[in-house]
Design a protein. Structure first.
Length: 225
C-alpha cells in the first residue's frame, strides 16, 4: 500500500472524499526524499489526535518530476524513521491536476514547487506555501490569533472551511511581514544523491515547518462540530 495515499491509517484515493476530510499534500521534485519524509513525519506529529479527528485528515505527497512507484533512497528513509516516520511502502507519484483536486493545504519544498502547484491549480493560491514559508508566517500568530480566524461570517463548522480561514490569515500575512533577506531561505535543500550532511541539513530545515503545520492542524477549533 502506497503510504502517500494514507489517511492517518486508512487508504483513500487522491480525489476529494465525502464527509469533510482535510487533505494535506506535500510536494517536492521526485517524491523521493523531502515530500515523503514530510508526509511521514507530519503524520507522526499528529498521532496524538483523537481517532474522530485523525479519521478526517489525509496526508499525501507527490513530485513535480516524479516517476511512478520508486522507493525512498536509504538515507531519506533512515531520516524519516529517525524522526518518527514510517517510510516502508512508499511509492513515488507524479503531481498532476488530479492530485491537487480538493486539496486543503499544499506545501512545496521550494518556491519552484509552489509556482508549479499554483500553475496547475490557480484556485489553490491562498492554500499553497513552501514549508519554510509556512513556518515563517505562522510564527507571527499565537494559537489564539489563529483560532479567531474561524469567526468570520462565511466560515462553517466543516474543518476544511475552518482551515481555509486560518490559511487565509497566513496568506494575507505575506504582504504584511518582511520577506527573508535571501529568498532561498523559504526553500528546503534537495539532498537527493548528495552527502549525508546534506540529508541532515534538509531534515533540519523541514522541522520548523512540520512543527508549524502540526500546530495549526492540532487547533481544537478546527475540529469542533
Amino acid at each position: 500500500m502506497n503510504a502517500a495515499r494514507l489517511l492517518v491509517g486508512v487508504p483513500v484515493s487522491g480525489a476529494r472524499q465525502e464527509g469533510g476530510l482535510v487533505r494535506i499534500v506535500m510536494v517536492c521534485t521526485g517524491n523521493l526524499c523531502r515530500s515523503p519524509l514530510g508526509e511521514q513525519v507530519l503524520r507522526a506529529k499528529l498521532a496524538h489526535l483523537p481517532a474522530a479527528t485523525s479519521g478526517r485528515l489525509v496526508i499525501e505527497s507527490a513530485g513535480t518530476h516524479a516517476e511512478t512507484g520508486q522507493s525512498m533512497p536509504e538515507p531519506a528513509a533512515r531520516w524519516s524513521a529517525r524522526l518518527g516516520g514510517e517510510p516502508a511502502g512508499h511509492g513515488s507519484r507524479y503531481l498532476g491536476e488530479a492530485v491537487l483536486q480538493g486539496a486543503s493545504l499544499v506545501l512545496g519544498m521550494e518556491r519552484e514547487h509552489r509556482a508549479r502547484i499554483v500553475a496547475l491549480a490557480p484556485a489553490l493560491l491562498r492554500r499553497t506555501f513552501t514549508l519554510r514559508e509556512f513556518a515563517r508566517l505562522a510564527a507571527h500568530f499565537d494559537d489564539e490569533a489563529l483560532a479567531r480566524a474561524v469567526d468570520g461570517p462565511f466560515v462553517t463548522a466543516d474543518p476544511e472551511s475552518r482551515l481555509t480561514a486560518v490559511l487565509g490569515l497566513l496568506s494575507d500575512a505575506r504582504g504584511m511581514t518582511p520577506p527573508p533577506g535571501d529568498p532561498a531561505e523559504d526553500d528546503v535543500v534537495d539532498p537527493y544523491l548528495r552527502s549525508e550532511k546534506t540529508y541532515a541539513l534538509s531534515a533540519e530545515q523541514m522541522q520548523p515547518g512540520l512543527d508549524a503545520v502540526a500546530r495549526v492542524l492540532s487547533l481544537p477549533v478546527l475540529w469542533q462540530d
